[in-house]
Design a binder for this molecule. Structure first.
Ligand SMILES: [Ca+2]
Ligand SMILES: [Ca+2]
Ligand SMILES: [Ca+2]
Ligand SMILES: [Ca+2]
Length: 485
């Protein structure tokens, strides 16, 4: 049951939110929309030119509080991603609500890090982090939820000066901060706008010195078609203009559809994001330029599509926005290894970026419910290539923890592939694959980093890390439940 409410906030209803001002004038913002193009970097917290990796561990114990949650940062370099124990070492950091300057207090079940996103929201050239804690209680309102903005700097992400975002009227179990995103949606500020979802819509913010709540996008809009319970926020540039578009993906409330995946597309523009259309597909979504024509494609994943064990759909971008017709893929499609079986969850998570430097983005697909042999819900990931005509069945790869050269072994309920992220951590033009198994070791969670060879993602050289490898408590952390590229 979804609680309806009318929370439309006009532009006149600007609302100041607690937080710090801008300390430096906007200077280095590149104005790149969307941040989803294959070679974009929008997670460079320390501004050294290398993408950094932000990972959520919403089950993590902080100061003895189980499930308070934390995030980790790995500052990457020419040698890519690592930990403090790898050679070469990379600098790492851990942030939680116990970090000085971060709003709130680490309490059991806050789930800080359940959602993560990055973008340069104050336009100072250092990317910033948006972190959701949907389990946060606010003034006695259970699971009202909140999101926190942590700013980047020359020394990396900082707790000091962080900003807390919460609903105008916090609502019980609304899960504010369940999904977060940032991109250059409008010309309102030099930096990126911020989107934060709860269970019936999305609040948009822009950092204008003080953080300002600009408007609210309702997605539960009875009796119209635009009826989506938000689950995921995705940004891309589907029509090739100067502004990023926002896709709110989740589950449909349209009467005759049953519980189907559905997404609402809001188009970015000079002054505002505006409703463009809604479409089938979700709750997973990702965007990137798969055919290399300069327009992003939207890829949606519908893991619960009962007849197929998971359905992945691709709609192509163009001058007029996304195509109506979608390419539909399942594990039974030609050239794709595996067999579609109920419960596979193929398409539970998706990521789109170029893995072999051919100028066309490739698609990573996670299926955490995939059985490996007789091992139930061990999980697997696929990488499907982009080409000029769209996706191709040539060169599709699939990996699980029993694949040769992949660390660990496939165990029941590992849920490997629950998160997949393609990110070019060493800036060589080829995105590496990070695939998480948040269920590994009964809920500790691990991520496996797969290198990008000249021919694309490879098992050879893959390695594994968890919260414990990054100076945090690994126990029951569900490390990797959210990863931002
Ligand atoms: Ca960096
Ligand atoms: Ca910034
Ligand atoms: Ca395209
Ligand atoms: Ca690379």
């Amino acid at each position: 049951m979804i609680n309806r409410k009318n929370l439309s906030l006009g532009a006149a209803a600007f609302l100041l939110v607690s937080g710090a001002g801008i300390s430096a004038a906007p200077a280095a913002f590149a104005g790149t929309p969307g941040g989803t193009y294959a070679n974009d970097r929008n997670s460079d917290f320390d501004g050294d030119g290398y993408a950094d990796v932000l990972t959520g561990a919403p089950g993590g114990t902080v100061g003895g509080k189980k499930g308070a949650g934390y995030v980790t940062v790995q500052y990457c370099s020419a040698s890519g991603i690592g930990t403090t124990n790898t050679r070469p070492r990379v600098r790492t950091a851990v942030f939680s609500q116990s970090t000085a300057g971060v709003a709130g207090t680490a309490e059991p079940g806050d789930a800080f890090g359940a959602a993560v996103a990055t973008g340069d929201v104050n336009g100072d050239g250092y990317d910033d982090a948006i972190i959701g804690s949907p389990g946060e209680d606010l003034a006695g309102v259970v699971d009202a939820g909140r999101a926190s903005v942590l700013y980047g700097s020359a020394s990396g992400l900082r707790g000091t000066g962080s900003v807390s975002l919460q609903a105008v009227r916090p609502k019980r179990e609304s899960g504010y901060g369940g999904a977060v995103a940032a991109a250059h949606f409008t010309a309102a500020t030099p930096g990126d706008g911020i989107a934060v979802s709860d269970d019936d819509g999305v609040d948009l913010y822009s950092d204008e010195g003080p953080m300002v709540r600009v408007t609210r996008l309702e997605t539960v809009d009875d009796p119209g078609d635009r009826s989506v319970v938000p689950f995921n926020l995705t940004t891309g540039n589907f029509d090739g203009d100067a502004y990023a578009d926002l896709v709110v993906s989740g589950f449909s409330l349209v009467d005759d559809e049953g519980v189907r995946g559905r997404s609402v597309v809001f188009e970015g523009g000079r002054h505002a994001l505006s409703y463009a259309r809604d479409l089938t597909g979700g709750p997973a979504a990702a965007a990137g330029d798969i055919n290399g024509d300069g327009y992003d494609e939207l890829v949606t994943g519908e893991e619960g599509s009962a007849e197929s064990g998971g359905l992945v759909s691709i709609r192509y971008g163009g001058e007029e926005g996304l195509t109506d017709l979608a390419d539909e893929l399942t594990q039974d499609s030609p050239g794709i290894p595996g067999t579609a079986e109920e419960g596979d969850g193929w398409g539970t998570d998706l990521s789109v970026a170029d893995t072999n430097r051919d100028g066309r983005a490739d698609i990573a697909i996670g299926a955490p419910g995939e059985d490996i042999g007789t091992v139930r819900d061990a999980g697997a990931v696929w990488v499907i290539r982009g080409q000029q005509r769209g996706w191709t069945s040539d060169g599709v790869r699939s990996f699980n923890q029993n694949t040769a050269n992949v660390p660990g072994s496939a165990e029941a309920d590992d849920a490997f592939g629950a998160q997949v992220r393609l990110v070019d951590t060493d800036r060589d033009g080829r995105a590496e694959l990070l695939a998480a198994a948040p269920g590994e070791n009964t809920g500790d969670g691990v991520a496996i980093a797969f290198p990008a060879a000249t021919t694309g993602i490879a098992a050879n050289g893959s390695w594994l890390y968890g919260g414990g490898s990054l100076g945090a408590s690994g126990t029951d952390a569900r490390f990797g439940a959210a990863i931002d590229e």
